[in-house]
Design a protein around this ligand. Sequence first.
Ligand code: XCC
Ligand code: SF4
Length: 630
Amino acid sequence: MGDFKLTSVDEFEAATARLLETGAKVGADSWQLRVKNQSPHCKFGETGVCCRICAMGPCRITPKAPRGICGCDVHGIVGRNYLKFTAGGAATHSDHGREICHTLYLSAEDGNYKVKDPEKLKRIAKEWGVETEGKDIYDLAHEMAELALLEYGKPFGTQRWLKRAPQTTQDIWDREGIAPRAIDREVSTSLHMTHMGCSSKPEALIRQSLRAGLADGWGGSMCGTEFSDVLFGTPKPIDTEANLGVMNAENVNIIVHGHDPSLSEMICEYADDPEMIAYAKSFGAKGITVSGVCCTSNEVAMRRGIPMAGNFLQQENVVLTGACEAIVVDVQCIFPALGPLSKCFHTKFITTSPIAQMPDSEFIEFHAENAGENAKAIVKLACENFVNRNKDLVYIPDMKQKATVGYSVEAIVKVLDGVTNSQVDETGTTKPLIECITSGVIRGAVAMVGCNNPKIRPDHAHIELMKKLIANDIVVIASGCAAQAAAKAGLMDKQSKDLCGAGLKRVCELADIPPVLHMGSCVDISRMMILAATLAKDSGLKISQLPVVGCAPEWMSEKAVSIGNYVVATGIDTFLGVDPYVSGSSEVAELLTNGVREWVEAAYTVEKDIDKLVDSMIDRIEEKRAAIGI
Ligand code: XCC
Ligand code: SF4
């Protein structure tokens, strides 16, 4: 196996400590310091028992004060808070999806945005019953974009994408009254239900949480993923690198951060332009390096092999290297701290979306009509900023790993074709994967997703869980910051097959894949839903019968709760390492960890101890195998 070695979290932390020394020199604040100031956290907030949705409050529930002023009990308050949390996440993902649909609507042969995967567009059009014959691809793109945008506000009916689920799943959604209607309607209904004097019954609130989650995963997020593929290309396996060492001290470093690929794609495009590279050289740099943080990084890594500088809790580190000329952000998961932090260095902090405006940033508004012009202006600004570096402050940790990323469902089907003797038609099926699972060569799969959270030692849970899972012949599909944790550690290097059990190792060798498959950003968890749906259809099983579970050990965002809800509502047991502020209500906690199983055949497990967490996932997978007799 040569000299391949994973990078450990201890090494990550040593690098961070060194960067924080630079921070101390320039008087920079950091999340590590702010966590101290915020600890211990408010117990009322942490257990979800504080209500401030009307101005008679805030009310907080204690043994002496078991009801708010309106008479709401703790279960109503916790349930409402949970639904609001979900609605925030569903709105966020879905609005990202909507932006992509708008970009598709503005795509043009000679425009800033083009259709890179016309075949996928036609496939979706057929699925939606739209005539493609003899139609100009841009006419089709505009027609499809408009139809997709109508999914957000349609007055009647449910989401088009639901038809992709197995009939058994669709029947469950219908039976339980949780098939999502218009995407915006589910978010609005959630906020209506949580208004003062509406729902306070936990069952109703949790049911709507599942429905709003489904509007995200099988609605807005799926629009985001599918039409991003149409615009920017469906990911295929591609080599890249991950961790701070991807930044280059001799080059102009541009960091893209956020979620919407419309921005980052354009920046990458211009950073590659010979004119821009020459411009960078005119300021004494050797070239331009674009690397990414968070999900926008996943997007451009999957499609272009752009390296990943880090995940969520590493965003300040990229500035602390002293070698970041510009950090360009779009939406979501961006620390407002980047503004004041950048001021301690020469770094330009550039915000681009009206959705995410922050103090101490330069705002260069980005939309489809001016994308080319503005991307070029941003790249130029970064080049010009190279001369303002304080060389004494530059320190880039010499730490990176190789990674092969880009495992869309289409790519997974393709790479596994030929691993077994199954006959695969040209559209491909998941039969080879099913054969691997049925024969026990692979025991099952875990979808590892989600963020970092200072409540959990950053990246440690992700990496330790993945190591144990692959050692037990469980293949991991990863997205979001979990995927970046894996890449930084080296788990997306094909050589990490040697850390697998014998069965998974063999599959990795035959298919030439790493044991942890990068499936994309957080909206791309919709890809995981499609994969699960396809596996169920191809095997004749229900999704809930598959030896597959979901896991978010370090999650922090509202989006993650929305995701959790749609994964559970799709019939996949989901394991969390952080409690979603529901421990204050025995009824809500019981519903989420048990009661919802009666409705959707899956539920949550919350477990902070990562050894117990991984063991319970393995047990669940083995139980599912036993139940179907494999
Ligand atoms: Fe954000 Fe998507 Fe979480 Fe990472 S994993 S911190 S949500 S970037 Ni989605
Ligand atoms: Fe208090 Fe009820 Fe108002 Fe909430 S809705 S703040 S519990 S009075």
